[in-house]
Design a protein around this ligand. Structure first.
Ligand code: FAD
Length: 411
């Protein structure tokens, strides 16, 4: 039974089913086997707040097994060793993964390469020497990277970054700070953005460049791990860059034009987050339906009460609409369109309705909905983050409004 009135292309369906098979074979059993480690913050994080080595190793194992099975880099460009599948495959596969796993799996987010952590179009912009150094490790899943753009004083408006790369005889010397860099505590490489031409940067006409930096380099320090929602650890790092020397081969893309590099990942990131939201929303909805059909109160299954079932009908309606928005935006991107408005709508709407769906599922579960065991609270936190990361909801609304006011009123 399908709720969608058109078929996904054969290669997309094959990729999605293949990925799901992989998750069932390789991810869920690992998650189960290492439940004590992965589901308890006291074991998952070390004193410094970063994942303990055993968890890092499990994540690495999943990436490498997925690469071996042909899924990890399936949507990365063939030029860097990827499978060349498009945005729709990326959307469909991620939506299916999160629909199956919910938002409380530490391992599931590593099944397919995220654009900022592994092989993605961003790597087509690195030099030949950099490709020689990093591609094999990243495409095989053995290594990972992170993306250092945001800073304590620059988030939505990334042109406000203060990290400075000063020209030297051998390249540049970078000094500054980064904040919120996901995967920084465990990554092998980081793409660091810095001001290379202060005058251009002040005029908001470029002047910012990206550099590929080994996280082991002298002058690169993950100062602390950012902890969210009262957790004892986390996966975002605060980075200090102190006289970090980089050479010309480490420049990513064109000098002073670093935002073009960032833009190469933005679409994939928003496709991912649309899918991640819809998948988790559906997972939560189905959990709530199952629970409502078996839980009894006042002589009836609670599903008999409209106070319980109508909110779930609302969730299903909204998630269905979000799913269609996501499929459509990904299809437009695969046709070569920029789909700026449509993708912003898909991401912003999917996050909103998934949050509501998870919250309603918590309510249907009563007190059980709040327990760590059920996983709904973790899913809510995971989706709540995406309301801020990867373009806040307000910034996406601003983008949509800008497009509308510029005459792009087709909906
Ligand atoms: C968990 C997490 C992971 C992240 N991972 C990374 C990463 O890997 N790499 C990286 O570089 N960054 C990362 N970020 C940073 C993320 O991109 C920023 O948090 C985001 O861009 C928002 O910036 P900010 O937090 O500084 O908020 P601000 O930009 O300070 O915004 C504060 C509030 O003002 C609103 N606002 C700002 N401008 C406008 C406007 N014009 N109109 C209306 N409202 C406006 C915002 O919507 C928000 O509500 C991550 C963030 C989080 C939370």
């Amino acid at each position: 039974m399908s709720a969608i009135g058109f078929d996904l292309p054969e290669d997309v369906r094959v990729a999605r089913e293949g990925v799901l098979g992989f998750v069932r074979r390789e991810v869920l059993p690992r998650q189960e086997k290492h439940h004590d480690l992965l589901s308890d913050g006291r074991r998952l994080y070390g004193e410094d707040g970063a994942y303990v080595p055993a968890a890092v190793e499990l994540i690495r194992e999943v990436r490498m097994a997925s690469a071996e099975a042909g899924f990890y880099a399936m949507c990365a460009p063939p030029a860097i060793g990827g499978g060349g599948l498009g945005h729709l495959a990326y959307y469909a596969a991620w939506e299916a993964i999160y629909h199956l796993c919910g938002g409380h799996s530490v391992l599931a987010p590593w099944v397919i390469s995220h654009w900022a952590f592994g092989p993605s179009p961003v790597l087509t912009q690195v030099s030949e020497r950099a490709q020689d150094e990093i591609l094999e490790g990243l495409v095989s899943g053995a290594k990972s990277m992170c993306f250092g753009l945001s800073e304590p004083g620059a988030g939505s408006d990334a042109t406000m970054i203060k990290t400075r790369a000063v020209k030297t005889n051998s390249g540049w010397r970078i000094t500054g700070r980064k904040l919120w860099t996901t995967n920084a505590p465990t990554a092998d490489w980081c793409i660091v953005f810095a001001v290379t031409d202060p005058d251009k940067a002040a005029r908001k006409q470029g002047g910012i460049s990206g550099f590929l930096v080994p996280t082991s380099a002298k002058g690169f320090t993950v100062e602390s791990v950012v902890k969210l929602f009262g957790h004892v650890g986390g996966h975002e790092g605060a980075i200090v860059l102190e006289d970090l020397e980089v050479e010309p081969w480490q420049l990513v893309g064109t000098l002073d034009d670093g935002f073009k590099v960032a833009l190469l990942g933005v679409s994939l990131g928003r496709v991912y987050n649309s899918a991640r939201s819809v998948g988790q929303g559906r997972w939560a909805l189905e959990k709530a339906l199952d629970y409502a059909k078996q839980r009894e109160a006042f002589g009836h299954k609670i599903s008999d009460y409209q106070g319980v079932s109508f909110p779930l009908a609302q969730s299903a309606t909204e998630l269905h609409a979000a799913h269609l928005l996501g499929l459509n935006a990904a299809t437009l991107l695969d046709r070569g369109e920029r789909a700026v408005k449509e993708l912003s709508m898909a991401k912003a709407y999917s996050v909103q309705v998934a949050l509501k769906a998870i919250d309603r599922a918590i309510q249907v579960h009563g007190g059980m909905g709040l327990t760590n065991e059920v996983g709904l609270a973790q899913a809510w936190q995971d989706v709540r983050i995406i309301n801020i990361a990867d373009g806040t909801n307000e910034i996406l609304a601003r983008t949509i409004a800008q497009r509308l006011l510029a005459g792009d009123t087709e909906i």
